[in-house]
Design a protein around this ligand. Sequence first.
Ligand SMILES: [Ca+2]
Ligand SMILES: [Ca+2]
Ligand SMILES: [Ca+2]
Length: 242
Amino acid sequence: MVESNDYVYYERKEVDECAEGTDNCSPQATCSDTPYRFTCSCNAGYTGNGVTCTDVNECNSNNGGCAGTCTNSEGSFTCSCGADSVLNADGFACDACSTLYSGLNPSHNFGVYQNQCFWSGSFRTPRLNYMAAKQACQAEGGTLAMIKDEATQTFLRTHLRGTSGHRQRSYWIGLDDRDAEGTFLWNDGTELGEYDEFRSDAPNRARDCVTLWRTRRVARWDIMDCSVLKPYICQLGGNGSK
Ligand SMILES: [Ca+2]
Ligand SMILES: [Ca+2]
Ligand SMILES: [Ca+2]
């Protein structure tokens, strides 16, 4: 039954106010048509009477359920983790890189960039040739580090400064032209894109595997003989899981 103070609606033609756009629901609400009227209810992430809806700050309650940092946003929120851990696929928990990839030592040589763990060998880590280094990263579910943009290069420079000081000058990264001379492929099979930091653009038939070479001031890529023994950098868990 319709309540007595709603009788006015009987004198109007029944319309779908939601479809006509004559409702007064908030942009953050969902309009539902009902006989002779309509209702507004705030969407998930918002609170209010439907005509007025405001963002819920989920972080104010139990840190939004985040193990790490909770960041509120309009209509939603996100969790993020600290420098040595990545956000679990559940979106809430934080997994320490050293726990996820316990086969890589030293365990304090991890860094996180864009929610992926990176690891670099120390002066104590056995040096490996390119294929063995690639295999060592693959054994943990990763690849050698793939530096596809300047931001990743910058992250790694900073990471290496913090984990190795100036003792180590070059590391294997996940780039080579072993299959076809001059066609460099990243370890995930993608071709080298627009971005590169080669020291020399001269073709190099004799050498196929790429290192990140650095000094205090610069970091460049060097093509080396794949059989040389070197420290290496792994990139792990592209999707945040092993
Ligand atoms: Ca209606
Ligand atoms: Ca929110
Ligand atoms: Ca080559």
